[in-house]
Design a protein around this ligand. Structure first.
Ligand code: GLP
Length: 271
């Protein structure tokens, strides 16, 4: 695992978007795992801008989202289907037939989960999985005690997650579902490369547990410590409780792999 500490949220988000763009330029039919949440909205803004201004080409890109709420139709404004259309798919030249999200309306959720895993496998597996992190350390919707070998399945959300995520339901917080379909921790760990982005002081405590604490199913993001090619990008606020901050800063300034990205900074967005 490599931890990259950037001065501001804007710098961290720019770096994440530039890294995804670089992978897409290297491999036009990239199999890209996508995440939702507020943190990702700005990443998708930048990717949409790179498409408009620099011709970043999504025409062959295949995507698989981490999760979807159970019981929301794809056209429900609060569904992750709608989130992805609004923040990314409608703004770039992606072929919607190449985009995939779990089916939260399936009558047989177990069969739908199996089919989702089969579709990922049929595409040759995930090249790059983008992740955010929940305040309880969840990746996707892998809540505490999720098996670290779990696959795509239906999952009940914790009261904390329900409380936090219902704030994204505007004036309809009561419509926030109690369950979701999510890729498993094992599904995520099978991706060839992983990039987790976290910004803001509210994520500092959980980032310290996930990155520098023991691997435990109580903090499913800690399982990323097992992954051979996982990059974690944080701003100074989200990295504020990490012990090895100086080391992480040194890595970004000195490791040859990061040389092409050292001039990537917040492009004045003031995030
Ligand atoms: C949801 C998603 C997670 C995401 C998390 C963080 O719970 N299921 O995949 O990491 O939100 O959201 P935010 O960026 O809003 O903090």
């Amino acid at each position: 695992m490599e931890v990259i500490l950037r001065p501001t949220a804007g710098d961290a988000v720019q770096l994440t978007a530039r890294l995804i763009a670089a992978r897409l330029r290297e491999k036009h039919d990239l199999v890209l795992g996508l995440a939702t949440g507020r943190t990702m909205e700005v990443v998708y803004d930048i990717l949409a801008g790179l498409h408009t201004n620099e011709g970043l080409d999504f025409s062959l890109c295949r995507t698989f989202n981490l999760d979807e709420y159970i019981g929301l139709t794809p056209d429900d404004p609060h569904s992750y289907h709608s989130y992805m259309k609004k923040h990314l798919f409608s703004r770039v030249n992606i072929d919607l037939r190449n985009t995939h999200l779990p089916d939260g309306m399936a009558v047989d959720l177990k069969a739908a989960a199996r089919r989702y895993e089969e579709k990922i496998a049929a595409c040759g597996g995930l090249d790059l999985q983008l992740l955010g992190i929940g305040h309880d350390g969840h990746i996707g919707f892998n809540e505490p005690l999720s098996s670290l070998r779990s696959r795509t399945r239906d999952k009940s959300l914790t009261p904390d997650t329900i409380a936090v995520n219902s704030t994204m339901f505007g004036d309809e917080p009561h419509r926030m579902p109690r369950r979701a379909m999510t890729m498993g921790v094992g599904t995520i760990l099978d991706a060839r490369e992983i990039v987790l982005l976290a910004t803001g002081a509210s994520k500092a405590a959980i980032m310290a547990k996930a990155l520098e604490g023991p691997v435990t199913s109580m903090v499913t993001a800690s399982a990323l410590q097992w992954h051979p090619a996982c990059k974690v990008i944080v701003d100074e606020a989200a990295g504020g409780a990490l012990k090895e901050r100086d080391y992480y800063r040194w890595i970004f300034e000195n490791e040859p792999d990061w040389a092409p990205y050292r001039d990537v900074a917040d492009a004045g967005r003031g995030i």
